[in-house]
Each structure stands twice: as structure tokens, then as C-alpha cells.
Design a protein around this ligand. Structure first.
Ligand code: G6P
Length: 613
């Protein structure tokens, strides 16, 4: 949700900022802008993508060794040139970029207006830069001190970088509830929303904590203070990211690359944690809290979007295999409804980015109430990973396509491993069944690989048949019900076709009224249990002239003969089927979107990392 990047050092800042913005564009792409200092302060901003900004800046002065860039996902104020960041103070001395929301901006704005400030944009960000200006002028303060004092008056979420035209030797950055990473290079610093713009320049980073203000200077100085003016000692971390992971590698879109990476990413998620021959699973993150987890009375799962769907699958896994009662919660609802949380609950937070504002806040609340918190996160060092008592990274590498694919299968793989451990340790999963599931799980990467190869043509053909659909229904039962939800989400996210996921039996209570000969109905029909019920649901659709596209287990001629189209997936144990059945759903949404001419990696109005509520 907005990407920010800033540079100070001996290199020319502009190309570094643009490359950084391209890497961060997944966070928002409503408008983009840069500010550069070279004796004077040049600010360029444009509605649209980073490419539009580059075209606009083409013949302009881009000199300077200190600068900042921003790619926006609009919260306050429509996406246009004026609301685009960076924003200037009234005296044009300060320039600022921001990711987050200033909640008390209206109060601050009217107070500033009373002091003679006038505003050009509709943004909360412009209020912030004027506030810093006001504090600076009143106290005749250096920029870092003005930022610190101003932020004590601010409520909300922010990651900001500020430059002062009168002090071109430093950048000041601060954060609260929005991520910020400082890259420490040789005689240079980068500041960014995540490590992707930094990795080309250095692997040494410092993750700024909430309510900290960092100052980086031309002569290599890094100082971090809290809002309360305490001096902090920075801790340097090494990032493991490789540049190749951030490139498309010959694919048309990141999403397609990420779908095809899944055989590898699922294997990476299991690597070192499971041994199929010896038949065991072990998760380092669970070791310290194992007894508390084994004896837990309940698990509450928090997530948003696709991660919430992974949580829905976990409900089936933990209840089925470990007999542990599970509640799956939208983090945004949980945090505002005074939920009952007990100290013998396990709170599982699922998040690809580790930065989703609602998931973070819900987790904070649960932690305050004494529960054990565990994170299933992809981005190493992210806010959620650092907030939880413990956790396990899914290790699927950077996911850049806005629609989540490989993170979902990584999350489900991790949740399956956890459910197997708890099932066995809690005594509900006999050793033989535990070992059988471990062995079967180890085969999933190969099966996904085979599935991807075998289903491609058929999925492309089905996509071409239904590319003009305006509505679609996705049905599934049991473990495949959340897959139906995920299939529908993928389609609406990237192809803008209205789609709904439903438990197949619930169809009779509403969606059946929508079915006619124009409505594709995707039925995930691989379940061994409730097989006949699914077959009956298909008959019900057919009886209303609906067109059925069924995902079936290889060799299942019965359902194939009922459906108009079918996609076969390899056979596996029922609790593991989502790892396979979701793959054709991802691929189908991808091909439909491409055929409809949509920008698959950057669907309209969406952003990958939702750091505002
Ligand atoms: C956004 C993304 C989704 C993602 C959701 C939750 O909506 O577009 O792909 O599932 O946020 O994000 P998280 O990083 O917490 O998994």
C-alpha cells in the first residue's frame, strides 16, 4: 500500500529511485513521483504508473545524489498529479513521502489552517509535512528533531521519509505500523518499504521499529531515536533475497512465473522440516511452545484475503487431524469486536507480506490478552513475524503478482505440517496415518509439476470458452470449499468477472437462482467423502441448464461424464487435495485475465501489501 524509496550517497539518485519504484509498484500504482536535491529541489509527480512518470521526467533535470520516490495507492484524495507524492511544505523547504494513514489529519489540518497554512492537495500526507514545517519553524529545529516532535502529535500509521532543502546532507525516516527498511551500503543508504529496491546495492539492513526516527547522512552516519527521544542501537540483519527472484525470468507476468514456481516453492517450504523416508515433520518455531500448543483448548486463525482462505483450509486440517477446535476470523472484524481470547488459545496469524494492517492489529490485541501468537509469514523480518511469540516462514521467495498464488500453497503446506505435528502429538493421528500423510505430502511438488504440464492446454481452452462471462460460480465441499472461495477470488481480482465461491450444498439456498446457460459453474469435485453429494450438486446445476466445469481426480469417468468440461488432477489423500485443486483455478483466472486484456500483475484498485485498514 504505497511504496517508498529514498537514496543518499555518491551515486546518481534518480535511476536508483526509479528502479526501486518499479520493484515497489506492486504496492500501489495510482501515481508516482520523485524529489531530487542538487542545489535546488526538483519534484516531479504524475498520475499513473512509474512508466508514466519516467516519460514525463524524460527531458527534465534529474541530477542529484539525494532523493526520494513514491508509488501511490490512494487513500485520501483521488489519484491525480496533485495528490501524488512527494508533498512539499508551505515554505517549499521540506519534502515528504508517506505510506499509511494519518487518522487525526482533519484536526491537525484545521489547527494548521488557523496558523495560516494553505493546502494544495486532498491528502493527509500534505498535513503531515506542514505540521513538521510548523514545528521546525517555531523551534528553529534541525529536521530530525522537527520530525520527532511533530510525530508525537500524530495518530495513525506512517512510514515516511523527509528531506530538508536547507540541509541536503541527510534523510530522515520514521515509522509506525507501516514497514520501513534501511539499507546500509558503502558510503550510501537506501530507505524503502521493503528490501526489494535495496538488494542490488547491499544486503545489510536495519528494520526500523514502530515510533522510531532514523537519520542517515552523507558521511555514513545512522542515528535512531524513539519518539520519546531515547537513542537506540541499530541491529543489522543480512537479507537473503537474490535479484533473480525479482525478475520475470522469461514469463509474461510474475503471476504466471509464480504459479509455475509452485513445485519448487512447496518443496522449499518443507525443506529440512520433514523426512518422508523416516516419516516425521518438525518445525523449529513450534519446539519452544510445543506443550502449550498441544494442550491448547482452541485455535483462532487471523488473516485477510487469500491468507484467510488458507486459514479456512486450516480449520478443516486442525479439526480433522488434530481434533483442535478452530475459529477462522477476518482480522478486520476480530480486532473491533471485543473478542473472547483466553490464555490457553493459540492465535495463528497468516500473512504473505507480514505487514497487513488489520492482521497486525488483531494480533496485537490477542497478544495483549495473553494468548500464544504464532505467525505463518513469507516476508522475513516483517512486522507480523516480529510481533508474534514464534512462527514459521513459508520460504516461497518474493511474491510480486498482486494475486497471491505460491504464497497460498506455501501457507497451506505449512498449515498441513503443523496439523500433522499436532495431530500426532495430541494422540489423534495414529503413527501409521501420520507417516502416510507425511509421505504423501512429500510427493505434492512432483504432482503439482505434472499437473501444471498436463492441464495447461485444457485450462487455456476453457478460459477461451468463458472469457466473455460476466458471472461465475465456484462450488466445493469440505477441504475444497475454501478452494472454491479462492478460485472465485482469483477470477474477480484479475479478470474483473463477478465470481462467487460457495459450499456446494448451500447453492440451493440462493445462488441456484442465478444459474442459466450463460453461467459457468466451476465445481471442485475431487473429494472421496461426499462424492455422491457433489455428483448430485452437479446434476442440480445441469438440470437448470448451467454449464459445469469440473475439477476431477485423474481417472474419474463418472463426474467427467456429467460435466461439460473437466480438468484432471493427480490423486492424493483428501486433506492434501487443496494443494492440487487450487492450481488449475489459479491458471484459469490467469488465462481469462490475459484473454480479456487485463494487467494481470497490477489489477485495478488492488495492492499487494495492505498497510492501511
Ligand atoms: C491483499 C493482496 C492479497 C492478500 C491479502 C492479504 O489483498 O492483494 O493477495 O491475500 O492482501 O495479504 P497478506 O500479505 O496479509 O497475506
Amino acid at each position: 500500500m504505497c511504496g517508498i524509496v529514498a537514496y543518499i550517497g555518491s551515486q546518481k539518485a534518480y535511476p536508483i529511485l526509479i528502479k526501486g519504484l518499479e520493484r515497489l509498484e506492486y504496492r500501489g500504482y495510482d501515481s508516482a513521483g520523485v524529489a531530487l536535491q542538487n542545489g535546488q529541489l526538483n519534484v516531479y509527480k504524475k498520475k499513473g504508473k512509474v512508466a508514466d512518470l519516467v516519460a514525463y521526467v524524460k527531458d527534465k533535470d534529474t541530477e542529484g545524489h539525494i532523493g526520494m520516490g513514491h508509488t501511490r495507492w490512494a487513500t485520501h484524495g483521488k489519484p491525480d498529479d496533485i495528490n501524488a507524492h512527494p508533498h512539499l511544505s508551505g515554505n517549499k523547504r521540506l519534502v515528504l513521502i508517506h505510506n499509511g494513514i494519518i487518522e487525526n489529519y482533519a484536526v491537525l489540518k484545521s489547527a494548521l489552517q488557523k496558523h495560516g497554512h494553505t493546502f494544495e492537495s486532498e491528502t493527509d500526507t500534505e498535513v503531515l509535512v506542514h505540521l513538521i514545517e510548523e514545528v521546525q519553524q517555531r523551534g528553529n529545529l534541525p529536521i530530525e528533531e522537527a520530525v520527532r516532535q511533530a510525530l508525537t502529535q500524530v495518530h495513525g500509521a506512517y512510514a515516511i521519509v523527509v528531506m530538508d532543502r536547507q540541509d541536503p546532507t541527510k534523510l530522515v525516516a520514521a515509522r509506525k505500523s507501516s514497514p520501513l527498511v534501511i539499507g546500509i551500503g558503502k558510503g550510501e543508504f537506501l530507505v524503502a518499504s521493503d528490501a526489494t529496491p535495496i538488494v542490488e546495492h547491499t544486503k545489510n539492513v536495519v528494520y526500523l521499529n514502530d515510533e522510531e526516527v532514523a537519520t542517515v547522512t552523507r558521511d555514513g552516519g545512522l542515528t535512531i531515536k524513539t519518539l520519546r527521544n531515547e537513542l537506540m542501537t541499530p541491529t543489522t540483519h543480512q537479507i537473503e533475497l537474490e535479484i533473480e527472484q525479482l525478475e520475470k525470468g522469461g514469463y509474461d507476468y510474475f503471476m504466471l512465473k509464480e504459479i509455475f514456481e509452485q513445485p519448487t516453492t512447496i518443496a522449499e517450504c518443507m525443506r529440512g522440516r520433514m523426512n518422508a523416508e523416516e516419516g516425521w515433520v518438525r518445525l523449529g518455531g513450534m519446539e519452544e511452545y510445543k506443550m502449550r500448543m498441544i494442550n491448547a483448548q482452541r485455535m483462532i486463525i487471523l488473516g485477510c484475503g487469500t491468507s484467510w482462505h488458507a486459514g479456512m483450509i486450516a480449520e478443516y486440517l486442525f479439526e480433522d487431524l488434530a481434533r483442535l477446535p478452530v475459529e477462522v476470523e477476518y482480522a478486520s472484524e476480530f480486532r473491533y469486536r471485543n473478542p473472547v481470547v483466553r490464555d490457553n488459545d493459540i492465535i495463528l496469524a497468516i500473512s504473505q507480506s507480514g505487514e497487513t494492517a488489520d492482521t497486525f492489529a488483531a494480533l496485537e490485541l490477542a497478544k495483549e490478552r495473553g494468548a500464544l501468537t504464532y505467525g505463518i509469514v513469507n516476508v522475513v523480518g516483517s512486522s507480523i513475524a516480529r510481533l508474534t511469540h514464534s512462527g514459521s516462514y513459508i520460504h516461497v521467495g518474493p511474491e510480486i503478482g498482486v494475486a497471491s498464488t505460491k504464497a497460498f500453497t506455501g501457507q497451506v503446506t505449512m498449515l498441513t505440517m503443523m496439523a500433522l505435528i499436532l495431530g500426532y502429538e495430541r494422540g489423534f493421528l495414529p503413527k501409521s496415518q501420520y507417516q502416510k500423510l507425511v509421505q504423501e505430502l512429500a510427493l505434492i511438488p512432483d504432482k503439482v509439476e505434472r499437473l501444471l504440464l498436463n492441464c495447461q492446454d485444457q485450462v487455456r481452452y476453457i478460459a477461451s470458452e468463458f472469457q466473455h462471462a460476466t458471472n461465475a460460480l465456484y462450488l466445493g465441499r469440505g477441504y475444497n470449499f475454501p478452494v472454491a472461495l479462492e478460485g472465485a477470488l482469483k477470477l474477480k481480482e484479475i479478470s474483473y468477472i463477478h465470481a462467487e465461491g460457495y459450499p456446494a450444498a448451500e447453492m440451493k439456498h440462493g445462488p441456484i437462482a442465478l444459474i442459466d446457460e450463460n453461467m459457468p459453474v466451476f465445481v471442485i469435485a475431487t473429494n472421496r467423502s461426499a462424492y455422491d453429494k457433489i455428483a448430485s450438486n452437479i446434476q442440480e446445476v445441469k438440470a437448470r441448464k448451467g454449464v459445469v466445469i469440473a475439477v476431477v481426480t485423474e481417472g474419474d469417468e463418472t463426474i467427467k461424464s456429467l460435466a461439460d468440461f473437466s480438468i484432471e488432477i493427480p490423486e492424493t489423500e483428501e486433506p492434501l487435495t487443496p494443494l492440487l485443486s487450487v492450481v488449475p483455478m489459479q491458471l484459469l483466472a490467469y488465462h481469462m485475465a490475459v484473454l480479456r486484456g487485463c494487467n494481470v500483475d497490477q489489477p485495478r484498485n488492488l495492492a499487494k501489501s495492505v498497510t492501511v485498514e
